[in-house]
Design a protein around this ligand. Structure first.
Ligand code: NAD
Ligand code: MG
Length: 395
């Protein structure tokens, strides 16, 4: 087995971050925590610091960092507390770090994740938005630095596991079949969708996730972001990715080969499985997830997604086909629309409507660097906020 791995967890207080720490806790002989980072949740980060004694803890929010610093000092902790986005990059790229778990939500994760990529780390990618926003720039940076990119998203982990190890990974692959649970509103009609609440949207039937990805799962934007993620990770076109709705979330995605063979990965819906898989790959370690009991499965159901009721999937596919920074615009508009929905400033069907309108109103050129992409991201957010304000005014 390899030497002890030093791990930075970006977004350690979130759903993926806490589950990552749960898996690390099962393997103290393999992993040490170098740094933990979060946005503003300093009380949970304080608990994590006292448990894990990392070298650094970072909060994006300066005030929260001050509170954490005082708390840890009083508890006699040696952990150094840093603040601000630049510090998140610093602990992702530090020489001592082997593995970075990219688990910040949204485009806020772009720069820290890219810092880890540029430093040639082993990156466990949960933060799909980072790849959706920067696309080709992200993958070029991976090639240039020799970073190792391993998916954590359950669907991409499944595909990754169904491909052979080695340089010829995609040889003979005809299609990737991305499964989707369909979310909590799979069977609702458009009128009923207009009335759903944030509380209903974050109640995912199979997975316990952060609020943003839960809403994305309900609109099917999550599957759209994952389609884009799959295109970059596995170097395929949108036409080579088919989305299949599978409400039980037992089969986590499939690879179809030219000879007609289809390989699938199965397991209980528990993110600790793909997290453990990514941490130890190509070795296998315990994750703590419940085992699949085939005798208790009551049937696996599959159906096509309904893009009329859930237009976000189509919008994401079209953005990927359009190229340039269209996927960054899609993501920025979606982040703003989801935040407005969670804040009750936008109805559920307003999310795809805002995303589509922002894509129509924003130029999506090819951008030479991340600065230029983030400038377009900021512009798209301005357009989205204006449109959301107008929709509220029209209600
Ligand atoms: P979450 O909301 O539970 O956690 C997000 C984490 O990011 C928190 O630690 C938060 O403090 C941190 N954060 C938020 N804003 C920040 C900022 N500006 N700067 C620094 N840190 C910030 O989200 P999650 O459900 O854990 O999802 C994280 C990522 O993983 C998302 O990109 C999501 O799409 C992806 N993902 C999640 C799941 C899941 O089951 N939760 C599954 C697959 C992929
Ligand atoms: Mg997923």
């Amino acid at each position: 087995m390899a030497a002890v791995q030093q791990v930075t967890v970006l977004g350690s207080t979130g759903s993926i971050g806490t589950q990552t720490l749960d898996v690390l806790a099962l393997h103290p002989e393999r992993y040490r925590v170098f740094a933990l980072t979060a946005g503003s949740q300093w009380t949970l980060l304080a608990e994590q610091c006292l448990r894990w004694q990392p070298r650094y803890a970072v909060l994006a929010d300066e005030q929260a960092a001050e509170s954490l610093r005082g708390h840890l000092r009083a508890a006699g902790s040696q952990t150094e507390v840093l603040a601000g986005p630049q510090a998140q990059c610093q602990v992702a790229a530090a020489d001592a770090v082997d593995t970075v778990v990219a688990a910040i939500v949204g485009a806020a994760g772009v720069r820290p994740t890219l810092a880890a990529v540029d430093a040639g780390k082993r990156i466990l990618l949960a933060n799909k938005e980072a790849l959706v926003v920067t696309g080709a720039l992200f993958m070029d940076a991976v090639k240039a630095s020799g970073a190792e990119l391993i998916p954590v998203d359950s669907e991409h982990s499944a595909i990754f596991q169904c491909l052979p190890i080695g340089a010829q990974r995609m040889q003979g692959v005809s299609r990737l079949l991305l499964t989707a649970s369909g979310g909590p509103f799979r069977t609702l009609d458009a009128d009923a969708l207009a009335r759903v609440t944030p509380e209903q949207a974050v109640q995912h039937p199979n997975w316990c996730m952060g609020p943003k990805i839960s809403v994305d799962s309900a609109t099917l934007m999550n599957k759209g972001l994952e389609l884009i993620e799959a295109c970059w990770l596995f170097d395929v076109t949108p036409a080579q990715v088919e989305v299949v709705v599978h409400p039980q979330s037992v089969l986590h995605s499939m690879v179809e080969y030219d000879d007609g063979s289809v390989l699938a990965q199965l397991g209980t819906p528990d993110m600790r499985t793909p997290i453990a898989c990514a941490l130890a790959w190509p070795e296998r370690i315990r994750s703590g997830a419940e085992r699949l009991d085939f005798t208790r499965l009551t049937g696996l159901h599959f159906e096509a997604p309904d893009e009329a009721r859930f237009p976000c999937l189509r919008l994401a596919r079209e953005a990927m086909q359009a190229g340039g920074v269209a996927t960054a615009v899609l993501n920025a508009a979606n982040e703003e629309a989801v935040a407005a929905f969670l804040d009750r400033r936008l109805d559920f069907n307003g999310i795809p409507a805002v995303v589509e309108a922002v894509l129509e109103q924003t130029a999506t050129p090819r951008c030479p660097d991340v600065e230029a992409v983030m400038a377009v991201d900021a512009l798209a957010r301005d357009v989205a906020r204006t449109l959301i304000g107008e929709r509220v005014g029209a209600c």
